[in-house]
Ligand binder design. Sequence first.
Ligand SMILES: NC(=O)c1ccc[n+]([C@@H]2O[C@H](COP(=O)([O-])OP(=O)(O)OC[C@H]3O[C@@H](n4cnc5c(N)ncnc54)[C@H](O)[C@@H]3O)[C@@H](O)[C@H]2O)c1
Length: 308
Amino acid sequence: MARPIRRIAVIGAGTIGASWAAWFLSRGLEVVASDPSPDAPGLIRRMVETAWPILQQLGATADADPGRWRFEPDPVKAVEGCDAVQESAPERYEVKQPLLRAISAALPEGALILLSSSGLLVSRLSEGCTHPERVVIGHPFNPPHLIPLVEVVGGTTASPEAVQAAVAFYQAIGKYPIVLNKEVPGHLANRLQAALWREAVHMVAEGVASVADVDAAISQGPGLRWALMGPHATFHLAGGEGGYAHFMHHLMPAVTSWWESLGNPVLTPELQKALIDGVTQETGGRPIPALAADRDAALVRLLAAKTG
Ligand SMILES: NC(=O)c1ccc[n+]([C@@H]2O[C@H](COP(=O)([O-])OP(=O)(O)OC[C@H]3O[C@@H](n4cnc5c(N)ncnc54)[C@H](O)[C@@H]3O)[C@@H](O)[C@H]2O)c1
């Protein structure tokens, strides 16, 4: 049986782990963080400090305490006595597998191991774990303290109870979990992103538009709708009063004929340079932290608009 989650171990505290730590703290959880890098405690401190005013705006619980975390460099010691783990170590089987084997042996009975992996298979990640049935993908989006979606994948190895417990946990802390019925590389949302990015690269490679205009084609166009409804519901409305059925009848031949000419670009060094130069020009060379701060402030307004 799943344990109530009050103390959670954040194993791997880089970009994603530190952001998870901030979100967990804002929801009243106690956090034990672990990372081999000596810079990790400083990163967590800065992340929590910077994000705290936003997290309060987003509904931090009354018992939330930005100081209720400690750092333990040894991951096995870190998970001792924890009710769950959110693992966010580098995206490589050879790093995650030995780590998961070690921590799964040290966890208390019924504790869930949730994995932030962007696209690795849970059935391979959990190989050799003491309790593979409790290892579940809980894939967030950057930054996890702002984006609601969490993809939950149990694959062929997690128990249905563990998948259910993961969903219940993420719902209880204010996230929007969706369950994938099958495991596939890249899960779901990253596959959708990858399909779009492939075409965005192809359009630049073919000289159809500049990097900035390809980006504007999404951010000033369909991207505005996509924050409100996904591709299926968007086309349901594109069909007018006849909905998706009319859309299929009317536009499907045209759209499926475009599918045939979608690109499969090769990311040569020259193409990579053109893309990097293009995005540097688009963003006026502004430093990443400044761009991320602007994005995060706008995301908070967007989330408020969606719920308001
Ligand atoms: N960056 C994203 O946009 C994003 C989004 C969603 C999910 N993820 C996933 O989150 C995970 C972490 O990605 P990230 O972007 O935070 O990477 P990152 O490089 O910022 O952080 C990884 C952290 O893991 C630490 N680490 C290295 N070896 C370790 C080990 N053996 N045990 C524990 N920690 C170790 C590193 O010191 C570093 O602090 C990956 O699985 C990635 O796929 C990333």
